[in-house]
Design a protein around this ligand. Structure first.
Ligand code: C2E
Ligand code: MG
Ligand code: MG
Ligand code: MG
Length: 267
């Protein structure tokens, strides 16, 4: 839900500050990522929501621009990283499964001097191995300061942490980025996945899969909304899929239920 246009900017910022300081109004929801070979849940993407006391649940599309404009995105990002790794640690302990967690990083978090230590501490405190955490960045986030981004991400990769290029195909889709940054996963943007009834989009996805194979990357298709789209991305050779067809972003208790009883998958 978008905030009403009558929400004055200063009030919005003030409320977001209060939400961050108390930590009580922000929530993480978790969307399952499914391995297309085994058709099982291999992990989750953490997606932040704001449960505003008067305005109800506000989506990140509405409040992240405010967080970015005011710099609150940096402490917000730290909160998300800590919360998502802690949750993953609990799920791994409860299930004994090598689940993964994907966490979105904003451009403004990359130059922050404490980021590498923050990631190290989040792993240590949660007992999660680096290889089970994946940080998602868009190409545009990398390009604010590419040299700094490469330096920081290389240090984070040395902890075993994986890195995904989010919304792949909508930005630069540059081959040089795949060499300059320690990328492990390409997340094909949902715009392509939702247009797979067109032969051109199918060839594009096939091309990304081929690129992923050459570069030794995992290819995940985002935003599959129908069983048919899940079958398409599986048959085109994607490794993993995420989308409403397999599960929406859910509060932790409901997301955990997917581990006990996995989503019904199309044959
Ligand atoms: P994203 O990282 O590309 O996340 C995927 C978005 O697509 C999520 O929207 C998810 O709910 C939505 N989605 C997943 N499957 C489907 C589908 O089948 N159909 C459709 N139509 N949508 C689907 P959400 O949660 O509203 O997040 C929007 C964006 O906000 C994210 O895009 C990400 O860029 C940003 N974001 C969310 N949480 C965080 C966070 O903790 N930190 C940062 N920096 N950004 C975040
Ligand atoms: Mg993402
Ligand atoms: Mg995305
Ligand atoms: Mg996006």
């Amino acid at each position: 839900m978008a905030a009403a246009p009558s929400y004055p900017a200063l009030q919005y910022e003030h409320d977001l500050r209060r939400a961050l300081a108390s930590g009580r109004e922000l929530e993480l929801h978790y969307q399952p990522q499914v391995d297309l070979r085994t058709m099982t849940v291999s992990g989750f993407e953490a997606l932040v929501r704001w449960r505003h006391p008067e305005r109800g649940l506000i989506s990140p599309g509405a409040f992240l621009p405010v967080a970015e404009r005011t710099g609150l995105i940096v402490p917000l990002g730290s909160w998300v990283l800590r919360g998502a790794t802690a949750q993953l640690g609990r799920w791994q302990a409860q299930t004994g499964r090598p689940l993964r967690m994907a966490v979105n990083l904003a451009a403004a978090q990359l130059p922050s001097p404490g980021l590498v230590d923050e990631v190290r501490r989040a792993l240590a405190d949660s007992g999660v191995a680096g290889a089970h955490l994946e940080l998602e960045l868009t190409e545009s986030a990398l390009l604010t300061d590419p040299a700094r981004a490469a330096e920081v991400l290389t240090q984070i990769a040395a902890l075993g942490v994986r890195m995904a290029l989010d919304d792949f195909g909508t930005g630069y889709s540059s081959l040089s980025h795949l060499k300059a940054f320690p990328v492990s996963t390409l997340k094909i943007d949902r715009a392509f996945v939702q247009a797979l009834d067109s032969p051109l989009e199918r060839r594009l996805v096939q091309g990304v899969v081929a690129l992923g194979q050459v570069m030794g990357l995992c290819v995940l298709a985002e935003g599959a909304e129908t069983p048919e789209q899940v079958r398409w991305v599986r048959d085109l050779g994607c490794d993993a899929v995420q989308g409403y067809a397999l599960g929406r972003p859910l509060p932790p208790e409901q997301a955990a239920a997917l581990l006990a009883a996995p989503p019904t998958l199309p044959s």
